[in-house]
Design a protein around this ligand. Structure first.
Ligand SMILES: [Zn+2]
Length: 387
């Protein structure tokens, strides 16, 4: 297994990066773009491993076997720094610190690599601090920025980066990866690949976690059941609730760890005295955690909406006789019911209603429960269809 094997469905990207690790077209700044779940940061990490690999520079760089490759992939290599954020933005102080470190020599004999996972979240000041480092590169320092699209990064920065563009992997590529990497049975792998619509992390969760599959099954069962106002209200409440649970599961552990880190930093012990500065620091932490929890919840709702939308897209595909497998092949009966009791025009309107709800929540801060209720009502099967 080389480090390139996990870049799912990205043949051209892999060729370019392998070439660079072999000494062709190397750059000190890279910008990895691609849709969510296409594996931008995985590609950057694989490339970093190839740059540190004992076989590099050369065609074998990124062997996946040597100590360097292993430690980069495990996130513990001294010369590879991964900048991940749970916050909404990456501030100038954090970037200045990185820039200072980038001016030092690497610990090992190769390069030092800084991977910024969410370069689209750099504040303007942070961008300017980073720009200086990229304009006047330190020898043996490589910057790898990751963002959904090139438009998410300031032109002054992207013009100095070599661009790596990932695409949404095909269902076949994702399924093959799940079988090879996780030993998932083929039928399950192909279900997870279809249902994820090319999002690798989501496909992996669907393949490996039964509760994720159950939650999705629940969501895609709504369209065939939205035949009364009561059913719409129930569906809205359910979706709001399960997505909240899922989000809380993700954040509660992190919240607790941050709180205990803060307590340790201020020397706070159970029932002990609290330093004066502790209280404002705790409030700031809790504010940040509430923002993150809300964002996570919205992420989960968003994913539910994408799943819901896929059912109406499938219904349109059935009605228009489009060839190929449905995203929701396993509930083809339900999809056919939706197609029979509606028209492609109506289902396009429903998709528009889903997108409108999404916009209300993400852009206009409409409460989730409220936005989902009016959306579910708009998705309701019309009177004539109910007969
Ligand atoms: Zn290696």
């Amino acid at each position: 297994m080389t480090v390139w094997d996990d870049l799912v469905g990205q043949r051209r990207v892999t060729e370019a990066l392998r070439g660079a690790a072999d000494g062709h077209g190397m750059s000190h700044a890279w910008l990895f773009t691609g849709p969510p779940g296409s594996g931008r940061s995985n590609a950057a990490v694989a490339f970093a491993a190839a740059l540190e690999c004992v076989h590099g520079p050369g065609p074998e760089a990124g062997c996946g076997e040597c100590h360097e490759c292993h430690t980069v992939l495990a996130g513990s290599h001294a010369d590879v720094t991964m900048v991940r954020t749970e916050k909404l933005s990456i501030g100038v102080d954090e970037v200045r610190d990185l820039v200072r470190r980038s001016a030092l020599s690497p610990a090992g004999r190769r390069s030092q690599v800084f991977i910024v996972e969410d370069a689209d979240r750099l504040t303007e000041q942070a961008c300017n601090a980073l720009l200086k480092a990229i304009e006047e590169p330190t020898p043996r320092t490589v910057w790898m920025l990751c963002a959904p699209t090139v438009e998410d990064v300031l032109p002054t920065i992207r013009s100095r980066c070599r661009l790596v563009t990932l695409t949404t992997p095909t269902t076949q590529d994702v399924a093959a990866f799940l079988v090879r990497k996780h030993g998932v049975p083929e039928s399950l792998a192909s279900y997870a690949a279809r249902a994820s619509q090319g999002h690798i992390g989501r496909a992996r969760a669907l393949a490996l976690d039964e509760s994720t599959r159950n939650r999705r099954r629940e969501v895609v069962s709504y369209p065939a059941r939205l035949t009364s106002l009561g059913a719409c209200m129930t569906a809205a409440a359910n979706l709001a609730e399960v997505t909240k649970e899922e989000a809380d599961q993700l954040t509660s552990e992190l919240d607790a760890r941050e709180k205990s880190d803060l307590d340790a930093a201020y020397g706070v012990v159970e029932r002990g005295r609290r330093p004066r500065e502790y209280s404002p620091a705790l409030s700031a932490l809790e504010r940040g955690q509430r923002t993150r929890a809300k964002r996570r919840h919205l992420d989960m709702v968003d994913r539910g909406l994408m799943d819901l939308m896929s059912v109406y897209r499938d219904a349109i595909a059935v009605a228009t006789g489009a060839p190929g497998a449905l995203v929701n092949e396993e509930i083809r009966g339900d999809v056919e019911t939706v197609a029979r009791t509606s028209t492609p025009e109506l289902n396009l309107q429903r998709i528009a209603a889903i997108l409108a709800a999404r916009e209300q929540m993400l852009e206009f801060n409409v409460p989730v429960a409220l936005a989902l209720e009016s959306m579910m009502v708009a998705l309701r099967a019309p009177d004539r269809a109910r007969g």
